[in-house]
Design a protein around this ligand. Structure first.
Ligand code: RTP
Ligand code: MG
Length: 140
């Protein structure tokens, strides 16, 4: 099966609590290779663009404010079935619904402050990777 790439964010609640390494280890343990990684702090405009698909949802403003509140770590993960595998490792959006052993079960604080983002489909993965990384920064 061909290798696939997905886009991941370690969110502000997790960077703030020094969980970057523990979360990255979960990806690697699941067989996902971190082929790009950088720590950045989003501007409000960047957060609003990235989450544009949610702009009419009631949680949009709160989500964007949260995403700019601390630095984040953006990464590209590569592996077989990387998109689905990453979402499995992340667990359900709401930590109360997340399975044992998942990142959100172990680390998330709430449905909003839920420690990680992961792309949900090949098209969004490609868009999200291109939003944050140039081809030169992806080293497989
Ligand atoms: P993500 O996009 O971050 O990987 O998470 P997801 O697919 O599991 O969740 P999605 O429905 O795409 O929502 C994006 C992010 O918005 C925040 N959220 N807050 N307060 C709320 O009810 C609520 N619902 C969603 C979460 O941070 C979620 O990850
Ligand atoms: Mg989503």
């Amino acid at each position: 099966m061909a290798l696939e790439r997905t886009f991941s964010i370690i969110k502000p609640d997790a960077t703030k609590r020094n969980l970057t390494g523990q979360i990255a280890a979960k990806f690697e343990e699941a067989g996902l290779r971190i082929v790009a990684s950088k720590r950045i702090q989003l501007t409000l405009a960047q957060a609003q663009t990235f989450y544009g698909v949610h702009k009419d949802r009631p949680f949009f403003d709160e989500l964007c404010e949260f995403m700019i509140s601390e630095p984040i770590v953006v990464q590209v993960l590569e592996g077989e079935n990387a998109i689905a595998k990453n979402r499995e490792v992340m667990g359900a959006t709401n930590p109360a619904d997340a399975a044992e052993g998942t990142i959100r079960k172990e680390f998330a604080l709430s449905i909003g402050e839920n420690s990680v983002h992961g792309s949900d489909a090949p098209e969004t993965a490609a868009e999200e990777i291109a939003f944050f990384f140039s081809g030169l920064e992806l080293v497989g």
